[in-house]
Design a protein around this ligand. Structure first.
Ligand code: FAD
Length: 475
């Protein structure tokens, strides 16, 4: 396996909307930028596959947007993220025109509605965002490495100082030292056997961040598409039939950041679906695209500022050799399970036991199965570079799945997009809480933060529903 070492001011992991927007902002502030992406930047991602709706909010409608996002999110929204979102949406979305993105507006309520991407004729609507943003990144002078997948973040002296990435097309391992690293690896809904996400959306970034010392928040809040949620929770719809129709869609929770994209680990920022967004337990349709633009720009800007104010680090000695040895062992294994088989089993477990229909017994089964799969991953036999990449992805997926299952077992209620058959109603008396987890000596340790129902928001019973919500007309 070839090994290379390089360095940059700002390293961006992920080439969907969040990563592309972050790269543009960091370059605008004068930073040297390297963006690397598992799938080609601007190519297959949730952004390019998206339906092309973004939140429209007039400057005078910020209070109403805040009220809507809180009411839909069941009040467990990250409030710092929400304030940043409400502040920036009115200006950041129209500003996309400067990067060649064509948008048309649809009003729904006074001052609120949607922008829709245009200019992606013959393609999925999301390309109306990613194609011009990729061009703007290339024009900005940022370096882009397509087809490289981060396998580990580099940590030195309590800070993230870059990442290691594997590139299967050249069978090479690259260690990149960076003053600031922006995680923009997207969500993880392709962890479930049924999903509307591209196959590469395997939740890598949640695991990378946790392993580097960052916290994950609200990991139980994953949304599913499903036609019959109320009937399933009332026990009047068939569980088996529901499992044949729904699909995993979107991670509402994720890496905890401070509203500027900064995690608690110096040098590590996160933006887009990998970050715990402003949405709480459910989100407004169109708000995910708005989120990646708002927080991509914020994180890219803060990353450039950090780079300007600090000395560029170097790759800690021995790291790339150790990583090459670890991956080399997987290549040398023989007789172990294939990564494709483990990934298939993980996806089935998540769908059957921790998907849109779940209760304590099924989640308990999922917890055992995911733990066992996590052990088996170490014995995978990877015959070629593509197998090796899949093995790494599956290792990271198991860590992410473990946190989703643990958080889902903890929350004994249904709220927003999160449904438990054994606890089918929201319960504000016990569960107005957000849960954060980080690793302490390798073991997950959770902390809880109380939330409250703001007096002007109501209704106090949060809505429950599938997919994304339309604007509430009676909120
Ligand atoms: C079918 C569908 C339709 C949707 N429609 C809408 C809509 O109309 N409006 C809306 O608001 N939201 C919509 N969403 C949600 C929205 O698309 C996503 O939340 C958003 O695009 C996420 O953007 P992102 O940049 O965070 O991640 P992504 O766009 O998923 O990009 C992640 C990037 O990270 C890369 N990556 C992953 N792992 C690694 C790794 N280990 N190393 C390096 N790179 C890595 C990937 O290759 C990819 O380039 C839709 C989602 C789906 C699935």
């Amino acid at each position: 396996m070839k090994q290379e070492v390089t360095s940059t001011d700002v390293l961006i992991l992920g080439g969907g909307g969040a990563g592309l927007r972050a790269a543009i902002e960091a370059r605008r502030l004068g930073a040297e930028v390297l963006l690397l992406s598992k799938a080609p930047a601007g190519g297959a991602s949730c952004t390019s596959h998206g339906a092309g709706y973004l939140t429209y909010c007039a400057a005078g409608a910020r209070d109403e947007l805040r009220r809507q996002v809180l009411a839909i999110g069941g009040y467990v929204n990250d409030r710092a993220m929400l304030e940043a979102f409400v502040e920036d949406v009115p200006t950041r979305i129209p500003e996309l025109a400067a990067y060649g993105v064509a948008l048309a507006r649809e009003d729904v309520l006074p001052g609120l509605g949607y922008w829709r991407t245009a200019g992606a004729e013959g393609q999925r609507a999301g390309y109306g965002l990613t194609a011009p943003l990729r061009k703007a990144v290339d024009d900005s002078g940022a370096a882009v490495l397509d087809g490289a997948s981060a396998t580990r973040l580099l940590v030195a002296g309590g800070a993230v100082v870059g990442a290691v990435a594997y590139q299967p097309s050249t069978d090479s391992l690259l260690a990149i030292a960076a003053s600031a690293t922006v995680l923009a690896t997207g969500g993880g809904a392709a962890l479930w056997a049924r999903s509307d996400n591209p196959r590469g959306t395997t939740g890598d970034g949640f695991a990378l961040a946790l392993d580097a010392g960052a916290a994950l928040a609200n990991m139980e809040f994953v949304s599913f598409q499903c036609p019959d949620v109320p009937a399933i929770l009332d026990g009047t719809a068939d569980r088996g039939e529901a499992l044949e129709r729904g699909a995993a869609h979107y991670f509402l929770g994720g890496v905890a950041t401070d509203g500027h994209g900064r995690t608690a680990v110096p040098g590590l920022l996160a933006a887009g679906e990998v970050a715990c967004g402003p949405f709480g337990a459910a989100r407004l349709g169109g708000a995910a695209f708005a989120e990646i633009i708002v927080f991509g720009a914020r994180a890219g800007g803060r990353a450039a500022e950090r780079a300007a104010a600090s000395r560029r680090p170097s790759v800690p000695p021995g790291v790339i050799g150790a990583e090459a040895e670890r991956l080399g062992r997987l290549r040398g294994n023989s007789g172990g399970p294939s990564a494709a088989e483990l990934r298939r089993r993980l996806a089935e477990v998540m769908w059957s036991h921790a998907g849109l229909v779940k209760d304590a017994p099924s989640l308990g089964r999922a917890a055992h199965a995911v733990e066992a799969l996590g052990q088996e991953v170490a014995a995978v036999s990877a015959e070629n570079p593509d197998d090796l990449l899949l093995a790494e992805q599956t290792r990271l997926s198991c860590l992410t799945a473990r946190e989703v299952v643990r958080a889902s077992l903890w929350r004994e209620e249904s709220r927003g997009a999160f449904w438990r058959l054994d606890h089918p109603r929201p319960d504000n008396s016990r569960w107005l809480l957000s849960r954060r987890v980080r690793l302490e000596e390798g073991e997950p340790a959770a902390t809880l933060t109380p939330a409250s129902v703001p007096a002007d928001v109501g209704p106090s019973e949060p809505p429950i529903g599938a997919g994304c919500f339309a604007y509430l007309t009676s909120a």
